[in-house]
Design a protein around this ligand. Structure first.
Ligand code: GUN
Length: 294
């Protein structure tokens, strides 16, 4: 029978620890969230980030911009926030409207304030195994492995998906000379033929393909560890809806040794790790400021 990797409980613990840490700070850490347009999923994620921030004493400020805004105006706002010394963290909620290039926007953020860890400088440092900010979802997955003492060294980890947000960074982290880490990693994506062949050899499976109920337990190796990053709202056709992941939860009960549920798995950890990065950015900022008078 599968053991649940309870991301919600772990996220609660992390948020409580952050709250205690923040009580000792001279001022609240300041996080600025830029939201362009009105995509409903993005609005929900941003609300979750604002609520958790408020709960632990992070001062989170939302900049809600119309979807018609010009790219240059978003960049001007970022430059203004970069130049404000009390701003510790800046994130731009993705996806952005089609006329705005996310790469240009992310590059405009000061890497020291890039608490999403998406800036090329931060992704480059992660590849060099000297990260400043690790993207929140991959960092949450590492925290789960740490908290549940899941052995990763020498294991075969199959990552489904190669996005900048999850698939690519978690693949690098799982292969890195770290604990958790030291895995042999296979990345599968939309051009991989016969993903079943790889899944059957996987001790650890990280699924981030964004397809509801795509992975069935019969595709997996006995006693594997399953991390499901997907989150989807599906309608049952009778006006009701439910939330599911990329994995068919019922089908893995007798196959997997450990698995993250959806909801309550990776999702809450993403928020907790964003705030962990924000607290880290505050501490680095406070340290730099303390050196200014010298
Ligand atoms: N959209 C989906 N996940 C994320 C995230 O972690 N950060 C940002 N900025 N946008 C997202």
């Amino acid at each position: 029978m599968v053991k649940i990797l309870d991301g919600k409980a772990l996220a609660e613990d992390i948020l409580e620890q952050l709250k205690k840490q923040i009580l000792r700070f001279e001022r609240p850490p300041e996080l600025h969230i830029i939201l362009v347009g009105e995509e409903s999923a993005s609005q929900i994620y941003v609300q979750q980030k604002l609520k958790a921030s408020q709960r632990i004493g992070v001062s989170a400020q939302l900049h809600s911009l119309p979807s018609s805004i010009a790219q240059n105006e978003v960049i001007s706002l970022i430059q203004q926030l970069n130049a404000t010394s009390t701003v510790d963290g800046i994130i731009v909620q993705l996806p952005l409207p089609h006329h705005i290039d996310p790469r240009v926007i992310i590059e405009a953020i000061d890497p020291k304030k890039d608490v999403d860890g998406f800036h090329p400088m931060n992704l480059g440092k992660l590849v060099r195994n000297e990260p400043d900010f690790i993207p929140a979802t991959p960092l949450g997955i590492l925290e789960l492995f740490r908290a549940y003492e899941i052995e990763t060294q020498g294991k075969h980890c199959v990552v489904l998906g190669r996005s900048m947000l999850v698939g690519m960074p978690i693949s690098i982290l799982m292969a890195s000379k770290n604990s958790p880490g030291n895995c042999t990693v296979t990345i599968c994506h939309s051009y991989t033929p016969n993903i079943d062949v790889y899944l059957k050899q996987a001790d650890i499976v990280i699924v981030a393909i964004g397809k509801p109920r795509f992975i069935h337990g019969s595709m997996l190796k006995e006693h594997c560890v399953v991390v499901d990053v997907g989150i989807h709202k599906i309608s049952n056709g009778e006006g009701k809806s439910s939330v599911c992941g990329d994995v068919i939860w019922e089908s893995i009960q007798e196959v997997a040794a450990f698995a993250t549920p959806v909801p309550g798995g990776v999702g809450p950890l993403t928020v907790a790790m964003l705030l962990t990065n924000t607290v880290q950015a505050y501490a680095l900022n406070a340290f730099r400021t303390s050196l200014d008078w010298m």
